[in-house]
Design a protein around this ligand. Structure first.
Ligand code: MV4
Length: 451
């Protein structure tokens, strides 16, 4: 097993990894920016190394600084968390060359799934359903017109190097197609240095359902069921839950089998997530794969009792998974609310100092957070200050528990999304399980903001 792990991340996920390491008897080094000197990760890790200034480009994204930090502190592995370098194949490769284990999948898996067009073609080869669309990137304008006419409008243009909602555009009719193509190409070139674009039929009002998997380096792969992440705004998830209210047992079996098939096809190891769209007829389509641990992983931990971070560390060290598929059960219902420090109506960040803080507790409530009373939120990073995760026997019990937990959450000094989350937890739409990727848009339209 590893003796010491460098954590190449910050905030609640850095703390989550430190907690797993402590329980496993592994020492930790927090690599941090000057903006995070007062962070709980720095305080709770065994050691800390400053790797640069607040701007992520000069610290959390700076590969040479992270490798040096790992070398001078004698770390034998690096955990990248999510975001930052977690899906950077080059970083995973450099770690390997320096004899430091990257706690994640192989660089080849990251590269393969990082190109969304290649990921789509790979899914097709593995027999996993995808939305009708172009086989590979669009080469010529005429191809784009031909494909769109074949599959029918609306279509969606996506940058091969995009993902997570970045670099995509919906096209409603033929007259918009060529202009849209040029815009997405230019945007993709500027943002990713890769202008290649592919096309899909646009699925209206879908649900976002993802399947969590875990694989080891011996070819064992298990799934940990699904998460429904349909409640998002501008591709930022607000609420996640498991199980999904729209999966029948039959559909769940098909989707988990598809995820396992694709994972075996690419010889995947570590934690990973297959993202699917599900339409109102119960058809599901592979969208993309996330080759990292995700923000919303606690929802899965609550319903399965599997510690995803510990398993990720174990398999990175070459150990087999500690359990088999037959040992995994799903029980009860879990909901996660992301609490962001932002104006909940305008969704603009609200930086500042947390003057007063009380976080919820009690039965079935888990808080993943790295803030404390007196903490000054740095302006450089995302605005999430806590995740409130509940677990209860039924979905309605979980909703009651989340209402209770949000009611106990008290923050002063910064505006948060707690009032919006509370309103959603009390809304008929959420309670009835009729969520979709248009939920927030419709919700904010129908329910005027409280004065
Ligand atoms: C789509 C789609 C409809 N049709 N693809 C957004 C994130 C990225 N992973 C894929 N996304 C979408 N791809 C087709 N062919 C709609 C979305 C989408 C979406 C998906 C999940 C959750 C929220 C969303 C919000 C807008 C668009």
């Amino acid at each position: 097993m590893f003796k010491k792990i460098l954590i190449a991340n910050r905030g609640e996920i850095a703390l989550r990894i430190i907690r797993a390491c402590k329980e496993m008897g592994i020492r930790t080094v927090a690599a941090h920016s000057t903006a995070d000197t007062e962070s709980l990760a720095v305080r709770f890790a065994d050691q800390a190394v400053c790797i640069g200034p607040g701007e992520a480009q000069k610290s959390y994204l700076k590969i040479p600084s992270l490798i040096s930090a790992a070398e001078v502190t004698n770390c034998d592995a690096i955990h990248p968390g999510y975001g930052f370098l977690s899906e950077n194949a080059g970083f995973a490769e450099v770690c390997g060359e320096c004899n430091i284990t990257f706690i994640g999948p192989s660089p080849e898996s990251i590269r393969l799934m990082g190109n969304k067009s290649v990921a789509r073609e790979t899914a097709v080869k593995a027999g996993v359903p995808v939305v009708p669309g172009s086989d590979g990137p669009l080469e010529k304008e005429a191809d784009a017109q031909k494909f769109a006419a074949e599959i029918g409008y609306p279509v969606i243009l996506k940058a091969s190097a995009g993902g997570g909602g970045r670099g995509m555009r919906i096209v409603h009719e033929e007259s918009e197609l060529l202009d849209s193509l040029k815009i997405v190409q230019a945007e993709a070139g500027a943002a990713f240095g890769d202008k290649s674009i592919y096309m899909e039929k646009y699925v209206t009002n879908p649900r976002h359902v993802e399947i969590q998997i875990l694989g080891d380096k011996h070819g064992n792969i298990v799934h940990l069921y699904e998460r429904d992440c349909s409640i998002q705004r501008r591709h930022q998830k607000l609420i996640e839950e498991a199980p999904s209210t729209i999966l029948t047992e039959k559909l769940r079996e098909k989707m988990t089998a598809a995820a396992l098939g694709l994972a075996h096809h690419i010889k995947y190891y570590s934690a990973g997530t297959f993202e699917f769209l599900v339409d109102d007829k119960g058809h599901f389509y592979f969208m993309e794969m996330n080759t990292r641990v995700q923000v919303e992983h606690p929802v899965t931990e609550m319903i399965t009792d599997v510690d995803i971070i510990k398993e990720q560390i174990m398999v990175a060290a070459g150990h087999p998974l500690s359990f088999a598929q037959k040992d995994v059960n799903m029980y009860g219902h879990s909901i996660e609310c992301r609490v962001n420090a932002e104006d909940p109506e305008k969704f603009t960040p609200s930086a500042g100092t947390i003057k007063e803080l009380h976080m919820p507790g009690g039965p079935g409530v888990r808080i993943d957070s790295a803030v404390y009373q007196g903490y000054k939120i740095p302006p450089y990073y995302d605005s999430m200050i806590a995740k409130v995760i509940v677990h209860a026997p039924t979905r309605m019990d979980a909703i009651h528990r989340m209402r209770r937990a949000l009611g106990e959450f008290h923050v002063e000094g910064v505006k948060t999304t707690i009032p919006l989350l509370t309103r959603i937890m009390h809304s008929e739409e959420f309670v009835s399980g009729k969520v979709s990727t248009r939920f927030i848009e419709e919700f904010l339209k129908n329910v005027p903001p409280k004065q």
